[in-house]
Design a protein around this ligand. Structure first.
Ligand code: ADP
Ligand code: GLC
Length: 495
């Protein structure tokens, strides 16, 4: 049985700011089901400790990195029961605010320590503590855990193999060079992380891990180019022989309209009239005019530049003035939040804006809207469009990243042969969005064809099984290098 230590900065339902939390809960659960002995490690933010239920102290650390009293608390992840370790370190985690930012939206001044400690503790678990359980694989996610593959590589011999997964190359964890001293980094690690005179946690992960993965096959290709490599494409090209694109999945135990307890009505592909009832309930809940005939468009993303809120804002008036309704649930950058609030004031009853992400509303939005707007300037995977499909909600995205792997454009031919799964903007502009919506609503006006598309996307299987099999294969090949990696995993990159 492969033993895996899975490190992430957020895990649903303990703490969540985006898709990483969903993956860090669902992928370990799927691996656990396959018989992998997997354990999670994450920071003990106050909300995570609170949401964790019963916690048991399993270890104490003596002032690690000068962070004061620190303990490891153990719980079973609600939902899957995967064994989970939280790092309880009041000096750096016990504060009001978010996982990465203070209440004013500024990055915490000591993020290098908050996340440096995450990797540092992982390394102690692997090496010094002489505990009964020690992993064969350390699987670190995103920049927050980027130091782990580096520190593990120099900590112990023989050492566990390491995997680093990039969920988003645009977030890099870049700090002043002085943090190397605060983090006690060996000189070779510090120099390997140099990024234009500063230090990059993300670069450490990519550089030191035995294998690097990212969250869709197409994104794995894209990041090798200077256009999409965020300054790391040279290093990524060097690491291409060990870089794998593995498409994320969907946890249908959570995102499934047939069983979703947040909905007023449950439904499957044969009961779409109940989806209409969810639409009416959503219109009531958010204060939209009760108008069954009005096409309802939803937006449910982190409201940040990546997700093109500027373009959505620019295109919105023409959508509304041609009879559509719009609902948004989410939060993000202040200037865009204000822009959407202003739209709600300008179009009362036609535009509803709920700033502040809420899990229950996210589910009701996906069930109640006809179309999910999910444009993005780049999108490593894009879970929300996959969730939308299960709810019979047609996704609209851009032709990049994981969207290319999951959306098949609703061209006349693809609609005829039943393979279409959504629509793409042809250009990343407001005009591109308006043109795309014209195509979408041409189809919407043909109820039989629209229903056929809805039924098809609801029946697609994007469950975690395929990805878990791929990661399991990768773990085995790293834990025991004589096991050849299954060819399909590598095919796309080596082709
Ligand atoms: P990303 O990880 O880039 O945000 P994904 O589509 O992969 O995009 O995953 C988004 C996840 O985060 C979904 O579970 C969604 O419900 C949730 N989500 C969407 N908007 C927000 C928000 N503003 N704050 C927190 N979580 C959000
Ligand atoms: C990131 C990406 C998103 C991906 C998610 C989970 O935040 O922006 O595309 O789905 O991580 O891997």
């Amino acid at each position: 049985m492969t033993r895996v230590l899975f490190i992430a900065s957020e895990v649903f339902p303990l703490i969540k700011t985006g898709g990483l939390a969903d993956v860090a809960a669902a992928l370990p659960a799927a691996l656990h089901k396959r018989g992998v002995d997997i354990r999670l490690l994450l920071p003990g933010y106050p909300s995570a400790l609170e949401n964790a239920g019963s916690l048991k102290e399993v270890m104490q650390f003596n002032d690690p990195l000068g962070c004061g009293q620190t303990r490891l608390l153990e719980t079973n992840l609600p939902g899957s029961g995967v064994k989970t370790w939280l790092i309880d370190c009041p000096q750096i985690f016990s504060r009001n605010g978010g996982a990465y930012q203070d209440p004013d939206g500024q990055d915490w001044h000591d993020n290098h320590l908050r996340f440096g400690l995450l990797s540092y503790i992982a390394t102690l678990l692997v090496s010094e503590h002489g505990q009964k359980w020690s992993p064969d694989i350390v699987h670190a996610n995103d920049w927050h855990a980027g130091l782990a593959p580096a520190l593990v590589s120099v900590a112990k011999n023989p050492r566990p193999a390491t995997i680093f997964t990039i969920h988003n190359l645009a977030y890099q964890g870049i700090f002043a060079p002085e943090v190397a001293d605060h983090l006690d980094l060996p000189a070779d690690i510090a120099s390997s992380m140099e990024f234009y005179g500063r230090l990059s946690f993300l670069k450490a992960g990519i550089k030191w891990a035995d294998a690097v993965t990212t969250v869709s096959p197409n994104y794995a290709q894209e990041i090798l180019s200077s256009e999409n490599g965020c300054g790391l494409d040279g290093l990524l090209r060097e690491r291409a022989p060990v870089l794998h694109g593995i498409m994320n999945g969907v946890d249908y135990g959570i995102w499934n309209p047939e069983t979703d307890t947040y909905l007023t009505h449950n439904y499957g592909p044969g009961q779409l009239s109940f989806k209409s009832a969810c639409k009416t309930a959503l219109q009531n809940e958010v204060g939209l005019d009760h108008d069954e005939a009005a096409p309802l468009v939803g937006f449910m993303s982190r409201i940040v530049h990546q997700k093109m809120p500027d373009i959505v804002l620019e295109a919105l008036p023409s959508l509304i003035e041609t009879g559509k309704q719009f609902v948004l649930v989410g939060d993000g950058e202040r200037q865009y939040e204000d822009g959407f609030r202003a739209m709600q004031e300008r179009y009362p009853g036609r535009v509803a804006v709920r700033i502040g992400y809420r899990e229950d509303m996210a589910h009701r939005l996906l069930a109640g809207v006809d179309v999910l707007l999910h444009p993005a300037r780049f999108e490593p995977c894009g879970l929300v469009p996959l969730y939308a499909m299960r709810y019979g909600t047609v996704p609209v995205g851009c032709r990049n990243g994981g969207m290319v792997d999951s959306i098949i454009e609703g061209s006349p031919a693809a609609l005829r042969n039943g393979t279409a799964t959504g629509f793409f903007l042809e250009t990343e502009t407001a005009q591109g969005l308006r043109d795309c919506m014209d195509r979408v609503f041409d189809l919407y006006r043909k109820p039989l064809l629209w229903r056929k598309l809805q039924v098809h996307i609801m029946q697609r299987d994007h469950s975690w099984a395929a990805a878990a099999k791929a990661y399991d294969g990768l773990y085995r090949s790293l834990a025991n290098p004589s096991n050849d990696l299954e060819a399909p995993l590598l095919s796309k990159l080596s082709a």
